[in-house]
Ligand binder design. Structure first.
Ligand code: ADP
Ligand code: MG
Length: 331
């Protein structure tokens, strides 16, 4: 039986696999837990993520991708191998695989992704630029002679791009996204409440109450969080107002807005006009941050929408582009 071709969104936070003819078959955190002594893989995905901050000395939970590129090659290969096998259910021959890479990566980084995918079990691997994939997944008319703007807010990076006639016209990538929001929350709680909280607690707090607008955050309920008191060293529970969380992440939101404005300023008047007509589309997990469309729209005077299923856009677009693998193979 011929293996299904697959598309992989190899993200800093999540890896999502799309199988030809089936759609999304797997979506798991990009985390691998390893035994530090033997190097053996203990678990991959959500099980490994639940171990972050809770591992004994003999186990490490690794996030092998950093800012959209491979930071730990061997662990990335192990993770992809596991996900490719899981997605195919061990059936059929080796698949052709399309993997997304951030726009603006170097040739070396691109090579590393292709090599890793081959070593992980692909018959052959191809790459597609991430903003392009996310725009396809968001349903934007990427092939038409009209400009579209997509802003993908992931774990490691926020990627802003304008697209027209099947190509990226202008783009920008900044290391200000989901992880940075979590870091800012950890820092703020430490500075203002003398409380040390973990990555997972900060992320949950972000998902539960964070808002891109300090003004609109006033309407949200405060949240209870637990951590370690830096003075007594003991566990402690505090109540944090939603407004404080919004203040903690303000700087990151501002940087994202600046990147969008700069990209808009660089585009031709025609594309800028198209973007005003169609609006800016937000994708990626970070697109779900409360009040983000309002705040961006307010700053740019352009309508802003969140794509439906923002977390899946890149994988869907990567999967859609599998159709072009047949064309590429003939080259
Ligand atoms: P990547 O492509 O880098 O793997 P994703 O697009 O999967 O990233 O998005 C993951 C990021 O989205 C994480 O930082 C996660 O905390 C964040 N995220 C998920 N849900 C929400 C939410 N409701 N509000 C804000 N951020 C969220
Ligand atoms: Mg992504």
């Amino acid at each position: 039986m011929r293996a299904k071709n697959i598309g992989i969104d190899l993200g800093t936070a999540n890896t999502i696999v799309y199988a030809e003819g089936k759609g999304i078959v797997l979506s798991e955190p990009s985390v691998v837990a390893k035994n530090t002594k033997t190097g053996e893989i203990v678990s991959v995905g959500s099980e490994a993520r639940d171990m972050i901050g809770r591992t004994p000395a003999s186990i490490v939970a690794i996030r092998p991708m950093k800012n959209g590129v491979i930071a730990d090659y061997d662990t990335t290969v192990a993770m992809m191998k596991y996900y490719i096998q899981k997605a195919l259910g061990g059936k059929g021959s080796k698949p052709y695989v399309m993997v997304c890479v951030p726009s603006g990566v170097t040739e070396v980084e691109k090579r590393a992704v292709i090599d890793a995918t081959r070593v992980a079990g692909a018959r052959d691997a191809y790459v597609i630029e991430e903003p392009f994939a996310s725009a396809i997944g968001a349903g934007l008319p990427v092939m038409d002679p009209t400009g579209s703007m997509v802003v993908d807010i992931g774990g490691g990076t926020t990627d802003v791009a304008t697209i027209s006639l099947g190509g990226i016209v202008s783009s920008r990538s900044i290391s200000m996204a989901g992880d940075k929001l979590d870091e800012c929350i950890i820092y703020y709680v430490r500075q203002n409440y003398n409380l040390l909280i973990g990555e997972r607690t900060a992320e949950q707090l972000k998902i539960d109450v964070a808002s891109a607008s300090t003004t609109l955050a006033k309407e949200l309920d405060s949240q209870t969080i637990r951590g370690r008191d830096l003075v007594t060293g003991l566990p402690k529970t505090i109540e944090i107002p939603a407004e404080a969380v919004a203040e903690a992440i303000q700087e990151v939101v501002d940087e994202i807005i600046t990147a969008i404005k700069e990209t808009l300023e660089e585009t031709s008047p025609e594309i800028a006009a198209d973007v005003i007509d169609h609006g800016i589309v937000l994708t990626g997990g970070g697109a779900q941050l409360r009040h983000l469309p309002e705040v961006i729209s307010d700053a740019t005077k352009v309508p802003v929408f969140v794509a439906s299923d923002p977390l899946d856009c890149v994988a869907i677009g990567t999967g859609e582009s599998l159709k072009s693998i047949d064309v590429m193979k003939k080259k």
